[in-house]
Design a protein around this ligand. Structure first.
Ligand code: IDP
Ligand code: MG
Length: 153
């Protein structure tokens, strides 16, 4: 099973959408294996968004990601990285398809509800950035036989 990072952004917390967004991942069948609330700082954001540091909007993005705490979640599932990425929808929420998280809850390219890892390689790097090994919880998944075929692991 793959693991991927989801960050519920400050606007999601302030708008009271934490439960709704988490509920979507739960209902899809993904397994929550780590979760915490954290106030981000400029240092961790300059690493997390290193690919955007030279973009003119970066200071706004950085400040928006520090405007309130975020909720960090690790979701586990078969092909979870792609599944979660597609559930988030396009970066610019105005272009995100209805039915995606961004397409249902947002109107902005910046204020777009969630961060989701964009590849398995980046998911591993990002999870290690925000979680320690002891943050992960091991617990049984008794519904897996109703969620997956035997070869979907
Ligand atoms: P992603 O979140 O869909 O992976 P990235 O290109 O990695 O998109 O950008 C990271 C975050 O930077 C976005 O989620 C969004 O908050 C912000 N961002 C990206 N492009 C723009 C833009 O053109 N204007 C304003 N904010 C942007
Ligand atoms: Mg990205």
């Amino acid at each position: 099973m793959e693991r991927t990072l989801v960050i519920l952004k400050p606007g999601t917390l302030q708008r009271g959408l934490v439960g709704e967004v988490i509920s979507r991942f739960e209902k899809r069948g993904l397994k929550l294996v780590a979760m915490k609330m954290k106030q981000l700082d400029p240092e961790i954001l300059s690493v997390h968004y290193a690919h955007l540091l030279d973009r003119p909007f970066y200071p706004w993005l950085r400040d928006a990601m520090m405007a309130a705490p975020v909720i960090l979640c690790c979701w586990e599932g078969f092909e979870a990285v792609k599944v979660v990425r597609e559930m988030a929808g396009a970066t610019n929420a105005r272009k995100a398809a209805p039915g995606t998280i961004r397409g249902d809850y947002a109107l902005s390219a910046q204020e777009n509800i969630v961060h989701t890892s964009d590849s398995l390689e980046n998911a591993e790097i990002e999870l290690a950035r925000f979680f320690s090994p002891e943050d992960y919880c091991e617990y049984p998944s008794p519904l897996n036989q109703y969620l997956y075929a035997p070869d979907e692991k």
